[in-house]
Design a protein around this ligand. Sequence first.
Ligand code: AMP
Ligand code: MG
Length: 423
Amino acid sequence: MAQLSDDCFAHGGALTRLDVALADLAQRLVPVAGIQELPLAACAGRALAEPLRARVAVPPRDNSAVDGYAVYHDDLALDAETRLPVIGRAAAGHPFPDMQPRGTAVRVLTGAVMPMGSNGVHPDTVMMQEDCRLDGDHVVVRPGIKRGANRRLTGEDVALGEVVLPAGRILSAADLALAAASGHASLTVHRLLRVALLSTGDEVHEPGGTLPDGGIYDANRPLLAALLRAAGCAVSDLGIQPDRREYLARTFAAAADHDAVVTSGGVSTGDEDHVKAAIEAAGGKLHFWRLAIKPGRPVALGQIGNVPFFGLPGNPVAALLTFCFFARPVLQRLGGADPAPLRAFAVTSGFPYRKKADRREWVRVSLREDGRGGWRAEKYPVDGAGVITSLTRTDGLIELPEELLRLEPGDPVRFYPYAVLGL
Ligand code: AMP
Ligand code: MG
């Protein structure tokens, strides 16, 4: 298995654009999740470990796309009906056993392989049954059909030996259909990245219990556990850890049999932030990545031994955004995936907005129909980094690029539905 370099997550501390940070990390990262062979049915969501080549062409043989009659196009009159004897039948899985002579028709059903001719000349066209009339044991076909109509060609979907899926592909349901059609019963995929997840904070408590004065319930573990699973990770729940260096250090040392550790809280540089000290006490290193994004405070990245560490902010909205736009693609790379860039959709802004230069910003919005077939994004009225309803009562995020200073109503903006972010 590949090893990360000793100081894979080092960072100079300068304010860094998100795309620069991600490109920089992509250069340094190698997959740390091992590989395994799994039956197709278990492969959805896994990262393919090697390029997949087709073992057969798809379709494997020329075949009929409709129910009808296989004919030689050259037998058909150009501007009159043609009457041909029906000499046999082919259905899906039941090829016509003989050679089809010129001047004849064979009844074919959808998916039946095209009958064979001789001397390199084969029936090449299928007349749809709706365009034919039966007359005893003959079929009468209309003029005007194109050569090759209603015939699917060998390999028109996939050629034999073609790479159908690249290494690093996160396998979708359709990918599994393609792998199966091209002859694969199992695939070589990466193991799930095993991620240890914990929350930090003396004020943070498990929901269900009574809440002491000054306490809050842990919102981040359920949030991040679900996001991690959607990103293709296996999650170990290490609970809530108090703001005490010794406890945290012990937990981090115990988590070192995982592929990565993800925490929330305790990584701003306030007095009560003990994560850095605890990582160092556990023999690790921590670096604060100052990303030019809002919301999102410094995200801490480090290593405990060879195990990557992700320290996300404590506020749930900031934890979510830093996870989705930063930690997620990094974790996916560690898991062997080559994550596709997130796809945003063009909508128009329904509100004015001012922002600082050189910083990427996300605004929580609901979509309204604009009456012209498009969508208008309306900003959620409350936008604190701890306001969880701002996530549940909106449809997604608009992304305001670094260069932008002011947004006016009617301006085009990029919109990410929450589903795109794995929510
Ligand atoms: P911190 O990053 O630890 O300074 O926390 C920032 C804010 O997020 C504080 O108001 C914390 O109480 C809050 N917070 C931290 N962890 C959680 C959590 N697991 N669930 C909900 N809020 C949290
Ligand atoms: Mg805290």
